[in-house]
Design a protein. Structure first.
Length: 535
């Protein structure tokens, strides 16, 4: 494990000690015991329900549609994706597609900058992938048409124009794509869930309360990632949701630019409540796994089953992010031009030029995200079945693992010592082969959420993990519960190496160009990205 410096330890302790002053935004005086979390957060905003239209409403992709990216007035963010059909309008719709169907969409760019939509996690040809090679200029359109080849799961869509992704994502351009198949529908029947009621989509993020509509990253932000001081669930801060005494399915996406969440559920008595992990990025696990916490980095997803049947009316349960060591050791590798005296963590201080930095909550601080209030007594729902899907165990490929080094040098984040250049020669992968990749993160680094476009990842092993990650291992290979499923984004901690298996079966004609990159949006925009050509 990479040792925590005295400076970082003091910063983390100071953030935790000062937590009531921040608490998911600016903590306010309690308006009632029902609203108050143990660490001082006042939950005073009802979480909007996802309906048949409106903000994050469900939208069936059974017919072609236009997805407009542009400014909006009545929405939690200044930007949104908007869809209109049959007199109804959606903003950042939850798209619903059936496995095997064809999705046809047109991106209409109403922004003042180029953009493109990346269909995150989908097995897709590179023309439709939205990898940034082709973009829609302001006022232009881009047509997508592709078969939905993936198994059921919670995927998502977001911008991917090179160098400016972070600003567009942070200001509101994101959306969830749910893929349905027979296995997932059978699970919904077994659990007796209803979308938008007992089957919930929760998108986590953060922003700076003092500048909610703007995005102006400093040099520190570009190095460590853009963090806020107001925690959001579906665009709402201090949110609460009324629930009944039964089980709920929570499909959770981390859409924050750079923040990692250590998710847990805490009852009124202060104890952590166990939950079942049903799935990860690419759909259901083979069987449910009981957990008390899971790490979810930028772009990762988890599918949880939480049972409120034993709670009393009037009780509450809070979705939290537990405190952890964020392991930001990159300052040790910074040169004098970019290193500041606080290593990119103390965002309440000064940067190297002496400019005042905006107040933010450190990565790794304890956070209160969403309060569930037990408001109705109903009959208990059935537990998850012992078998969820026919997911096979991961299988390694190739004789030797292909190494990828994640490092920081000369003021830039790098993969294999290189900074992204659209003109550079790509890594060539023979189509229809199976490979094992070794993602190795330097000790003088920070966590990196590594995402591969177009193909699924299966985690084989974690090596040299930090102690607090090793403590969560479920097998002798050091894997976590979240490693047991199909992945497209994998968090690699400083000093850690993660082995992943990738099946490069490719039925698309001609060479296909994809990307491997860190999904910390500021790292991605800064060039921590590598072209991968499957040919």
């Amino acid at each position: 494990m990479h040792p925590t410096s005295r400076r970082d330890a003091l910063i983390t302790l100071a953030a935790l000690a000062a937590w009531p002053a921040f608490a998911g935004g600016n903590a306010r005086a309690a308006s009632g015991a029902d609203d108050l979390c143990a660490n001082g957060t006042v939950f005073d905003a009802p979480l909007p329900r996802s309906g048949r239209d409106g903000w994050m409403g469900y939208f069936d992709t059974d017919a072609p549609f236009v997805l407009r990216a542009g400014s909006v007035d009545a929405a939690p963010f200044p930007l949104a994706y908007t869809v209109a059909r049959d007199g109804r309008r959606w903003q950042n719709p939850i798209l619903v597609a059936r496995a095997g169907s064809t999705l046809r969409a047109t991106l209409a760019n109403a922004l003042d900058a180029a953009t493109i939509v990346h269909w995150h996690g989908l097995t897709i040809d590179s023309l439709n992938d939205g990898n940034g090679d082709r973009v829609a200029t302001p006022g232009a359109r881009f047509d997508y048409a592709f078969p939905v080849r993936n198994r059921a799961g919670m995927y998502w869509y977001h911008p991917h124009p090179h160098g400016i992704t972070g600003g567009q994502l942070h200001r509101g351009l994101f959306g969830v794509l749910l893929v349905d198949d027979d296995e997932d529908r059978a699970l919904g029947t077994a659990l007796a869930t209803t979308r938008g009621d007992t089957d919930l989509v929760l998108v986590l993020g953060d922003r700076r309360a003092s500048s909610r509509s703007s995005y102006a990253p400093s040099a520190v932000d570009r190095q460590a990632g853009y963090l806020g001081d107001e925690m959001l669930v579906n665009g709402v801060a201090h949110a609460w949701r009324g629930v009944a005494t039964r089980g709920y399915r929570l499909r959770i996406l981390n859409a924050a630019n750079a923040r990692t969440f250590r998710l847990a559920l805490r009852g009124d008595d202060g104890t952590l409540i166990p939950f079942a992990l049903l799935g990860t990025d690419g759909g259901l696990l083979a069987r449910p796994m009981t957990c008390r916490e899971v790490f979810v980095a930028s772009a990762e997803r988890v599918d949880l089953w939480v049972d409120f049947s034993t709670r009393a009316l009037g009780d509450s349960v809070v979705l939290e992010s537990l405190a952890f060591d964020p392991m930001h050791g990159e300052s040790q590798a910074s040169d004098a031009a970019t290193a500041d005296t606080h290593g990119g963590h103390d965002h309440g201080s000064m940067n190297v030029t002496g400019d005042a930095m905006p107040s933010t909550i450190n990565d790794g601080a304890r956070l209160s995200l969403l309060q569930f209030r037990i408001r109705e007594r109903v009959a208990a729902s059935p537990p998850p079945p012992s078998t969820l899907s026919s997911l096979a165990a991961p299988r390694a490929g190739g004789d030797d693992a292909v190494p990828f080094r994640l490092s920081f040098a000369k003021s830039r984040w790098r993969i294999n010592d290189r900074v992204f250049d659209m003109q550079q020669e790509p890594l060539i992968v023979p189509r229809n082969t199976r490979q094992t990749w070794l993602l190795r993160n330097y000790y003088t680094s920070m966590p990196h959420a590594m995402h591969l476009h177009g193909f699924a990842l299966r985690v084989l092993a974690r090596e040299q993990s930090p102690d607090f990650i090793t403590a969560l291992a479920i097998d002798d290979q050091g894997r976590l519960a979240t490693d047991a499923g199909v992945k497209d984004t994998v968090l690699v901690w400083p000093g850690e190496s993660v082995r992943v298996a990738i099946d490069f079966t490719c039925t698309f004609a001609g060479p296909q160009d994809y990307l491997l990159h860190c999904h910390n949006a500021e790292h991605e925009d800064g060039g921590m990205m590598l072209r991968v050509r499957v040919a």
